[in-house]
Design a protein around this ligand. Sequence first.
Ligand SMILES: *[C@@H]1O[C@H](CO)[C@@H](O)[C@H](O)[C@H]1NC(C)=O
Ligand SMILES: *[C@@H]1O[C@H](CO)[C@@H](O)[C@H](O)[C@H]1NC(C)=O
Ligand SMILES: *[C@@H]1O[C@H](CO)[C@@H](O)[C@H](O)[C@H]1NC(C)=O
Ligand SMILES: *[C@@H]1O[C@H](CO)[C@@H](O)[C@H](O)[C@H]1NC(C)=O
Ligand SMILES: *[C@@H]1O[C@H](CO)[C@@H](O)[C@H](O)[C@H]1NC(C)=O
Ligand SMILES: *[C@@H]1O[C@H](CO)[C@@H](O)[C@H](O)[C@H]1NC(C)=O
Length: 300
Amino acid sequence: MAVQFVMQIAFFLLLTYGLVEEASASSPAIAQPNCTDKCGNVKIPYPFGIGPNCYMAKRFEIVCNKTNFAAKAFLPSIGMEVMEINISDPYGTNTYSYYEPGLIRVKMPIISSSSCINQSSDGVDFSGTPYFFSSYRNKFVSVGCDNLVTMTGLDPMVVVGCKTDCNNQKLKDKQGTCSGFNCCQTTVPYGIQVLNVTFVNTHSCKHAFLAETQWLNKTDLSNGFLYLDYVPVVLEWTASYFTAFDFNEIRARHLDWDYTSYGAKYFYCLYGYEGNPYLLPGCQGKLQLPTPLIFLYAYI
Ligand SMILES: *[C@@H]1O[C@H](CO)[C@@H](O)[C@H](O)[C@H]1NC(C)=O
Ligand SMILES: *[C@@H]1O[C@H](CO)[C@@H](O)[C@H](O)[C@H]1NC(C)=O
Ligand SMILES: *[C@@H]1O[C@H](CO)[C@@H](O)[C@H](O)[C@H]1NC(C)=O
Ligand SMILES: *[C@@H]1O[C@H](CO)[C@@H](O)[C@H](O)[C@H]1NC(C)=O
Ligand SMILES: *[C@@H]1O[C@H](CO)[C@@H](O)[C@H](O)[C@H]1NC(C)=O
Ligand SMILES: *[C@@H]1O[C@H](CO)[C@@H](O)[C@H](O)[C@H]1NC(C)=O
C-alpha cells in the first residue's frame, strides 16, 4: 500500500517534471524580454543586444544595419561587422579547449603598406574593450618579399613577427603553405588587443593580417586573396568589468566562472545545464531527475 502510494507520487512527479521540461526546452530565450535576438542570420545573445535596454553595457551594443537584401550585425565599440556570437560552452561538442571564453567571429580588414593602391590603417586597437584576439583560433600572416612584420600588444607588451624570403628555392617548393617564401605566418600570443603593423621595407606593396586558422587552412594564399575586403577573425569576449553575481545568484543560475590566461573573467553553464548564464533565469537543467524523485526511487 505504502509502496503503491510512493510509486504514484513518483509517476506524478515524473509526468509533471517531464512536461515542464518539454515546455521550457522548446524555446530558451537568449535575449532580454522584448529584445530582438537576431540580425539577419546572426543570433544576438545577451549581454549583446540591439537597442538601449537590450545590452548589458555599451561595449556589447549591436547595430543591425538592414538593407533590402541583407542585414549586417555591426559592433560599434570595435567598428567591425559580426558574423557569429557564442557564449562560453566548455561542455559543448564544438569546443577546442575547456579554457575558451565567449567567442565572436568578425570581419577584419587586411592591413596594407603605403605603396599599395588601397592603403589601409596601420592596425587595430581594442584596448578598453572586453575583446581580445583568440590565440587558439587565429594566425598572423604577412605577404610580400623581404618582409619583416611585427605585431605589438600593449598590455602585456609583446612583439612577434615573421620574415619572408623570396630568394630561397627550398621555401619556394613549399609555396601555398605560407612557409616563408613570399608569405610567412606565426601564432598569436594570449591577451592581444592591439595589432600594430610596421612594414620594414615599404618600396613595394605589402600586406599583413590576422585570420582564423580554420579559414586559412582551406584558402590558397598564393593568389586572389588581396582583393578580399576582409578576412574572418575570432575574438574572445570577456565579462570582467561588467558582471558581478553574488553567491545566491551563482547558485540560482547554475553557473560557474573561470579566468583566461590573461586574467579576464567569463561565465558558463554548469555541467548538465544549458542556456544563457548572463540572462535570468540563468542556466536550465537538461532532462535530469529532480532530487526528490531520486530519493523516492531509492526508497522503492
Ligand atoms: C514587453 O512589451 C509588452 C508590450 O509592449 C509590455 O506590456 C511588457 O511590459 C514588456 N515587457 C518588458 C519586460 O519590458
Ligand atoms: C549601414 O549601411 C549603410 C549603407 O550601406 C552604410 O552607409 C553605413 O555606414 C552602415 N552603418 C553601419 C553602422 O554599419
Ligand atoms: C559557435 O557555436 C556553434 C554551435 O555550437 C558552432 O557551430 C560554431 O563553430 C561556434 N563558433 C565558434 C567561432 O567557435
Ligand atoms: C602604431 O604605432 C605607431 C608608432 O608607434 C603609432 O603612431 C600608431 O598610432 C600605432 N597604431 C595603433 C593602431 O596602435
Ligand atoms: C590547420 O592546419 C594545420 C596544419 O595542417 C593543423 O595542424 C591544424 O589542426 C589545422 N587547424 C584547423 C582549425 O583546421
Ligand atoms: C581598391 O578599393 C576600391 C574601392 O573600395 C575597390 O573597388 C578596388 O577593387 C580596390 N583595389 C584593390 C587592388 O584592392
